[in-house]
Structures are given as structure tokens and as C-alpha cells.
Design a protein around this ligand. Structure first.
Ligand SMILES: Cc1cc2nc3c(=O)[nH]c(=O)nc-3n(C[C@H](O)[C@H](O)[C@H](O)COP(=O)(O)O)c2cc1C
Length: 250
């Protein structure tokens, strides 16, 4: 599966089978995690058995079932771009897991944040997790209900950007990749701006996961449009000749 096929086909899965992730794939995930930790100055970790963090919940909107392994998204608490970086690099990890045939779901709310997945360093902050594992081939009835509720108000592509002139094809390829991105409650709170031949992103709403969402959509735009962003709201996109300039893995 190519990176762009992963962008195209990834969806959140909320029901996992009890098939463990084989050691070779765990090793690959760990290798990729090491790459992004180095690039972003982060301390993301794969946790083989994080099921305890999902054991006590019963009424959250996106109740996940059968979760065993998680990717814990964490880094230095004082990093001003921590949430955005975890969104950006976390989504690259999600797409790499998708290419390995693994199912994923970003989880900001539907897990027990007090549950000690492992001992955090005093200066480290865990922002959210990604559930990862194998899912049944077809969506379960419950997954279909949650998905339908969240996708009822899908934003059309035109609502994801603004342009002061017809933007180039590569910009629209970036917006298409953004339309495929996961965002908390599927709100897509960001808007890409094409102005005087430059690209930057604005956050439309102020709510708790918006900076994670900002990082996620920047990752998708970078892969679709071929280039990269510096962190921060309003940072300008740098177009590269190499389509997958933002892809840090083999
Ligand atoms: C930061 C973040 C937090 C999320 N938290 C949850 C959650 O707590 N529970 C849940 O079921 N889904 C959660 N999601 C998944 C979104 O609901 C999902 O990405 C969105 O509905 C779009 O659907 P898709 O991922 O299938 O494209 C979260 C997504 C993001 C990006």
C-alpha cells in the first residue's frame, strides 16, 4: 500500500479483535516511533497492553471495544508546540500503521486518563493515545452507528479552504488529503488559505483538541501537496519538488 493509499483508505476503527500484533510489526512500529521522537523531540511510546485504560468506561460517545495495544502520544510538557507536533507525527505513525494492515483510532476522550499506562517523567505530558491492532474486516453494527453520527455533518471540500485566486493543482491535492484526515469529533476546525501564492492554515474554532487536529491536517496537506510546514498556527507551507518530502519512514 502506498502512503497516499493509506491517506485514502484509513478510517477510525473502534472494535478490535484479540489477535496480537506480531513481533515483526511491533519492531517496525517501534522503529518508526524512534524516528519521529528524534525529529520532534518527543517521547511517544508503543504500549503492548494498554487495555486497562479502556476497561472502566461505559458511556462515552465513541466507546472502543477490544483495545489492547496503544501508542501513547507524549512529550515535554513545556514544549509550546507539543499538541501540534503530536498531531503531526502521531498521524504519520497512524498512516504507517495503516500501511502495515493495522487498524487505528485516535482517542482523546474515550479512555481513562488516570490509568497508569507507564511511569511518566515529571516533565513529560501524555496528550492522548492511538488505539492500534487488528479489526474485523467489516465495521460492526456499533461502529456503523458511531461513524454515521460523526459523519452526518461532513464538511464539503470547499469549506476547508479559502483562495484569493484559483489555486494550483497541488494545493487542491493537499486539500483532498486534508478531507481524508481524522479530526476530533470530525469537526475539521481548520481552514487552509491560499493568498498571494502562499499557503497557511487558520484554526476556526477554539476547543481542546484543535492543536492536535492542526498537526494532523498539516501532515495530510504536506503529503498531498508535496512539501512541509513549520510548527505553529499561521506558519507558511514550503513546497518541495519531492512529493513525499514529509514522509520520514522507509
Ligand atoms: C484528537 C482526536 C481525538 C479523538 N478522540 C476520539 C475519542 O475519544 N473517541 C472516539 O471514538 N473517536 C475519537 N476520535 C476519532 C474521530 O471521531 C474521527 O477521526 C472522526 O470522526 C473522523 O472519522 P475517521 O477517522 O473515520 O475519518 C478522535 C480523533 C482525533 C483526531
Amino acid at each position: 500500500m502506498t502512503v497516499m493509499q493509506a491517506v485514502e483508505t484509513r478510517i477510525s476503527r473502534r472494535s478490535f479483535t484479540n489477535n496480537p500484533i506480531p513481533p515483526a510489526l511491533v519492531a517496525q512500529l517501534d522503529e518508526n516511533i524512534a524516528v519521529v521522537n528524534k525529529l520532534g523531540g518527543l517521547s511517544i511510546r508503543f504500549v503492548q497492553d494498554g487495555s486497562g485504560a479502556f476497561a472502566r468506561l461505559s458511556h462515552t460517545y465513541g466507546l472502543l471495544t477490544g483495545v489492547k495495544s496503544v501508542i501513547s502520544l507524549a512529550g515535554p510538557a513545556e514544549d509550546p508546540f507539543l499538541h501540534e507536533k503530536l498531531g503531526y507525527f502521531g498521524e504519520l505513525l497512524v498512516l504507517s500503521a495503516t500501511r502495515m494492515g493495522l487498524a487505528t483510532c485516535w482517542v482523546g476522550g474515550s479512555f481513562d486518563k488516570e490509568y497508569p499506562l507507564y511511569q511518566l517523567h515529571p516533565f513529560e505530558k501524555q496528550v492522548c493515545v492511538v488505539a492500534v491492532g487488528f479489526a474485523p474486516k467489516e465495521l460492526t453494527a456499533r461502529e456503523k452507528i458511531v461513524r454515521k453520527a460523526l459523519h452526518r455533518a461532513n464538511k464539503p471540500m470547499e469549506a476547508l479552504y479559502e483562495a484569493d485566486e484559483p489555486p494550483p493543482e497541488w494545493f487542491m491535492a493537499g486539500i483532498y488529503a486534508v478531507s481524508k484526515a481524522p479530526t476530533a469529533r470530525n469537526l475539521h476546525p481548520t481552514r487552509f488559505i491560499w493568498k498571494e501564492s502562499s499557503v497557511f492554515v487558520q484554526n476556526e474554532a477554539r476547543f481542546s483538541y484543535q492543536k492536535i487536529d492542526l498537526g494532523i491536517v498539516k501532515a495530510h496537506f504536506s503529503l498531498g501537496a508535496g512539501g512541509r510546514f513549520e510548527p505553529g498556527e499561521g506558519s507558511v507551507f514550503i513546497k518541495e519538488n519531492h512529493q513525499l518530502a514529509a514522509w520520514p519512514f522507509d
